[in-house]
Design a protein around this ligand. Structure first.
Ligand SMILES: *Cc1c(COP(=O)(O)O)cnc(C)c1O
Length: 335
C-alpha cells in the first residue's frame, strides 16, 4: 500500500534513485553549460530505461485487478515491450506483445529478449495495428475463454496511470539537484509516446521544481504530442482528482530532429552517439536518446539555452535498440 494516500498503488521494480552525473569532459569540449545525465538507463539491466518507472504504476493496477496476462504494444524493437516482458516474467505473469511490423529473419536487440523471455508475440500489419482497440478486445476475449484475465497497458505505458512514474521521478530529481547544489535551467528528454514528458510536467508542478521541461520529438510532430498530452492530462485529472489545473502547463517540444523518420537514423546521429560514447563512456541509441541529444547539441550551438549554467539530459535507456543498427553504423565492416 502507498504511504502517501494521494499516490496510487505502486509495485517497486526499478532500482532507485538512479545517479545524476555530470558530463565533465563533454561540457568542457563544448564550452557551454554544464551538462548532466540522469541515468534512467540504470533503472535495471534487462528491464532498463524510462518505461520501468511507468510500469511500476501500470503493473500495480494490473495486479489490483488480479490480472494474469499483460498485453502491450509497440514497434518490433520496442523498449517498452521488452521491459514489460521482463517484468511479467519477474512477477509470474504471462505477456502478450502486439508488435507493428514483420518478424525479421534474425532476432536481435529487444526482440531477441522478448523471445527469450517467452512473451507471446503477434506481428501486426500497419492496418491491423491502426485498429488496435479491436485487436486488444479480441485478445482479452481469447484469454478470458481460457480462464485468464488480461490487462492492457497502452503504448509506452503512456496513460494516466503510467504518468505517475515521472511525476514521482521529480521528487527524486529535486533531491538530486539539492545534493549536487544545482538549479538546472532545463530537464531535456526524448518524447516518443508523451508519457515521460507529461509526467515530468506534472511532477515539476507537484514538487516545485524550478526548471523548464523540454523534449525533442522522435516521431510525429509537436502538435500530435500536444494533443496526446492534453488528453492524458484530462484522463489523469478525472481518475486521480489531484486538483491541478493542467491547462496552465506549457508543453515545450522542440521539433526538427526526427531525422529520416521514427526508428531511423542518419550519419549525423550515429556520429553524435559515437562522440558521446568516446567522450563519456555512455551509450545513446539511434531511436530516442541519440536523436534527442543530437537535437540538444544543435540547439545549444544555436544559442537556445543561452545563460544556462546547468542542463540535465534524461538518459531514458534504449541500449538494446542499438544492436540492430550495427551494419548501418559501420557499413565499411560489411565487406
Ligand atoms: C520510450 C522511450 C522514450 C520516450 O518516452 P515516452 O514516455 O514514450 O515519450 C525515450 N527513450 C527511450 C530509450 C525509450 O524507450
Amino acid at each position: 500500500m502507498p504511504t502517501n494516500p494521494l499516490l496510487p498503488p505502486r509495485t517497486r521494480l526499478a532500482h532507485l534513485p538512479t545517479p545524476l552525473v555530470p558530463m565533465d569532459r563533454l561540457s568542457k569540449t563544448l564550452g557551454g553549460p554544464r551538462l548532466w545525465l540522469k541515468r534512467d538507463d540504470l533503472t535495471d539491466t534487462t528491464a532498463s530505461g524510462n518505461k520501468l518507472r511507468k510500469l511500476e504504476f501500470s503493473v500495480a493496477r494490473a495486479q489490483a485487478e488480479q490480472a494474469t496476462v499483460l498485453i502491450t504494444c509497440g514497434g518490433v524493437q520496442s523498449n517498452h515491450c521488452r521491459a514489460t516482458a521482463v517484468v511479467a516474467s519477474q512477477l509470474g505473469l504471462k505477456c502478450h506483445l502486439l508488435l507493428r511490423g514483420r518478424r525479421p529473419p534474425v532476432l536481435n536487440g529487444n526482440l531477441l529478449l522478448d523471445e527469450i523471455l517467452g512473451a507471446e508475440v503477434s506481428y501486426l500489419s500497419a492496418a491491423a495495428f491502426a485498429d488496435l482497440d479491436q485487436q486488444v478486445a479480441d485478445l482479452k476475449t481469447h484469454y478470458a475463454a481460457r480462464g485468464e484475465h488480461a490487462f492492457f497497458i497502452p503504448m509506452g505505458a503512456s496513460d494516466e496511470t503510467g504518468l505517475w512514474g515521472y511525476i514521482e521521478a521529480c521528487a527524486e530529481l529535486q533531491a538530486d539537484f539539492r545534493q549536487a547544489g544545482i538549479k538546472p535551467a532545463a530537464i531535456v528528454s526524448a518524447t516518443g509516446s508523451g508519457g515521460t514528458l507529461a509526467g515530468l510536467m506534472l511532477g515539476k508542478q507537484r514538487y516545485g521544481l524550478e526548471t523548464d521541461i523540454v523534449a525533442f520529438n522522435v516521431c510525429d510532430d509537436a502538435d500530435t504530442f500536444t494533443k496526446k498530452i492534453r488528453s492524458d492530462f484530462s484522463r489523469w485529472e478525472q481518475r486521480y482528482q489531484q486538483g491541478v489545473d493542467t491547462r496552465q502547463l506549457p508543453i515545450n517540444i522542440i521539433e526538427g530532429y526526427v531525422g529520416p523518420g521514427y526508428a531511423r537514423a542518419n550519419a549525423e546521429i550515429f556520429a553524435t552517439i559515437a562522440m558521446v560514447a568516446r567522450t563519456e563512456g555512455v551509450i545513446f541509441d539511434p531511436v530516442y536518446t541519440g536523436k534527442a541529444f543530437h537535437g540538444l547539441l544543435a540547439e545549444l550551438a544555436k544559442g537556445r539555452f543561452e545563460g544556462a549554467d546547468d542542463i540535465v539530459f534524461l538518459h531514458t535507456g534504449g541500449l538494446f535498440g542499438v544492436f540492430p543498427f550495427g551494419a548501418e553504423m559501420f557499413p565499411e565492416d560489411d565487406a
